[in-house]
Design a protein around this ligand. Structure first.
Ligand code: BTN
Length: 256
């Protein structure tokens, strides 16, 4: 099943379907003067990017979608944006497939402990305005056998979870609707959305390892703050709010 431009004629945001691109985040950055809400979606990326400078393997069968938002607020008021995007995509997957994935802090959607979706949010300036590009990659009908071993071993797909073929057009339409809803709620309904994030976040209540550069520190994840930072208690009893970097959760992605 292929993405089709005509599937998005009644979309609340303007959507462009690309047959293939390097990265939908990068393609959006190249579109000077694209209006608020512009969405690019493709079924294959040749240079997909992930968090922390990693590449994001993006074969056929996935849905790779980026949205450009011009939120009219300073970056300091947008710290919760990625967390709200995770809630939006979780809702969209539930709308489309009837499954509600867990959230692994900060922005992976997981099911049965395996990665289903990654989100990369980037802030850029376009013509003086602060813009957020939210890029989302979902393993829709991805053939997991095609993924590199280190990714395959921790990945799942909607096809595997539901046992049926999911139409990427249906999934992308649900994502655009929920991202539109998120945009409307961004500065006014933060509290309710962040409560939903915290309730779905499987990292909370677990032993974790916080990775920062070459350093790895053990902690216990106690909660999520109002901006999506992970509240941890280090082994020495001190507490901290972790807002960047990588957190391994005991029992997931091979961390025993
Ligand atoms: C991660 O898991 O580290 C984040 C992955 C984000 C992937 C999406 S796919 C659409 C958009 N384009 C990209 O190059 N990256 C994001």
């Amino acid at each position: 099943m292929q993405l089709r431009q005509d599937a998005f004629s009644d979309s609340p945001f303007p959507v462009q379907v690309l047959r293939e691109t390097d990265s939908t985040n990068d393609a959006l950055k190249r579109m000077r003067s694209a209006p608020h809400g512009t969405v690019l979606v493709t079924g294959r990326q040749t240079k997909g990017r992930g968090r922390l400078g990693r590449s994001f393997f993006s074969p056929e069968g996935g849905v790779y979608l980026s949205v450009l938002l011009k939120p009219n607020a300073p970056a300091s008021e947008l710290l919760h944006l990625t967390a709200m995007a995770a809630v939006a995509v979780r809702r969209a997957i539930n709308d489309c497939c009837g499954v509600a994935p867990d959230i692994k802090w900060t922005n992976d959607l997981v099911y049965g402990g395996r990665k289903l979706c990654g989100i990369l949010t980037e802030l850029v300036r376009q013509e003086g305005a602060l813009c957020a590009i939210i890029g989302i990659g979902v393993n829709c009908s991805t053939d997991l056998a095609q993924l590199p071993p280190e990714v395959r071993d921790v990945a799942t797909s909607l096809r595997k979870i539901t046992g049926r073929q999911i139409d990427p057009n249906d999934l992308a339409r649900c994502m655009v609707r929920r991202l539109f809803e998120m945009d409307a709620a961004l500065l006014t309904e933060k509290k309710a959305w962040m409560a939903e994030y915290a309730a779905a976040c499987v990292t909370v209540g677990k032993p974790v390892q916080v990775v920062s550069g070459a350093e790895r520190r053990s902690a216990f994840a106690e909660g999520i703050d109002e901006n999506g930072a992970l509240l941890v208690r280090w082994d020495n009893g001190e507490t901290a709010a972790v807002s960047t970097g990588e957190v391994s959760v005991r029992g997931m992605y091979g961390y025993i």
